[in-house]
Design a protein around this ligand. Structure first.
Ligand SMILES: [Zn+2]
Length: 350
């Protein structure tokens, strides 16, 4: 299966990848870590009253994990966090978050909904949570997923989306084998990349979208159990509306549901951490394709349409969080510890 995917990957490179000059005018290609970093620095320089480049800390191999903080306010009342690239091979999430930063800044003057939100609130965008794995996947070994911290003779790297310090323990929803693609790490929050994102999340965000690929679904906590979260009705309403607005752009249908219902149980993931510890409304959008041969490496022609349709999902979240917009009734009664119901889980994209 892996060889089959590798062959397809190289076919993609030969037939679809187009690499003209490095500029915002040639968006329809996949970018390197260094290019995305330069683009974010350039955006901060171009929009100094709206955007600030923030160095959050370093990866295991010493690359900056960086963010763009976008707001017109000194201190935003509410915050949305958008992240991509926690899994090395999921390039479309990096490109989507990269373009979302650009779209938000470009559309601020003319889009009243964006202005209403950004005038008093903040959007934080971290396009490459796992820069070491991302560069390794691009340059050395296709289909890499984890970070690049050596564990022992039996394995290299930790699945960062099984390493967060919330419900890290449930069996069968992560692996204890360092050779596994879903190895959870030696202890909760052991990885430098995860510590950085945990610190960021702990600043308190109203909402969070972690972009992955592939499956074309929008999923929400809990991941570690099939039992519903206390705010399931809100999660369900928000994701259905996101899916509706996404579909209006390119007629692509993103299915919605709780993580184990659409994928498999997932423990120690960023969504459960954000929601379980800080009551952040947390979502994972598994970008296109829904299935099929391209899997993690769709042609570069996917990049702009995917970013455009997901821009509508982000705008809906901003609208929903804006002080003037009506809200569904919430039930923030705290997080209950719910009976753990687990099924055996294969490795996958989340
Ligand atoms: Zn993923």
């Amino acid at each position: 299966m892996k060889n089959y995917k590798r062959i397809l990957f190289f076919l993609c490179i030969f037939f679809f990848f187009d690499r003209p000059g490095f500029s915002w005018n040639s968006d329809e290609r996949y970018h390197s870590y260094q290019e995305v970093l330069s683009d974010f620095e350039e955006l901060a320089n171009t929009y100094p009253k709206l955007a600030e480049f923030v160095n959050l800390g370093n990866s295991f191999e010493g690359r900056k994990i960086f963010a763009l903080r976008i707001t017109k306010a000194q201190e935003g009342m509410k915050k949305i966090l958008l992240t991509g690239g926690i899994h090395a091979r999921e390039w479309l999430g990096v490109e989507t978050t990269r373009l979302l930063a650009k779209y938000l800044l470009e559309n601020y003057p003319n889009d009243e909904k964006i202005r209403n939100y950004l005038d008093v609130s903040e959007v934080w965008i971290v396009p490459i949570v796992n820069p070491d794995g991302f560069e390794y996947d691009r340059n050395t070994q296709a289909l890499w997923r984890k970070n690049r911290r050596p564990i022992d003779n039996t394995g290299m790297g930790v699945d960062l989306n099984r390493n967060f310090d919330f419900q890290w323990d449930p069996p069968k929803s992560a692996s204890t084998n360092p050779a596994s693609d879903i190895y959870r790490g030696p202890s909760p929050g052991s990885e430098p990349e995860v510590k950085i994102i945990q610190d960021l999340i702990s600043q308190g965000f109203s909402a969070f979208i972690d972009f992955h690929s592939f499956s074309q679904i929008i999923i929400y906590p809990w991941g570690y159990t099939s039992s519903p979260a206390p705010d399931t009705s809100i999660f369900s309403a928000i994701t259905k509306e996101m899916s509706k607005r996404i579909a209006e752009v390119n007629h692509r249908n993103y299915r919605t549901g709780q993580i184990p219902h659409l994928l498999y149980p997932v423990s120690g993931d960023s969504l459960d951490y954000a929601y379980g510890k800080f009551k952040t409304y947390a979502f994972c959008i598994e970008l296109p394709p829904s299935m099929g041969a391209f899997s993690f490496y769709p042609p570069a022609s996917y990049i702009v349409p995917t970013a455009q349709e997901n821009f509508e999902a982000v705008k809906y979240l901003m609208e929903w969080l804006s002080p003037t917009s009506p809200k569904p009734t919430s039930s923030p009664k705290g997080i209950e510890v719910i009976e753990i119901i687990l099924r055996p889980s294969p490795a996958g994209s989340n």
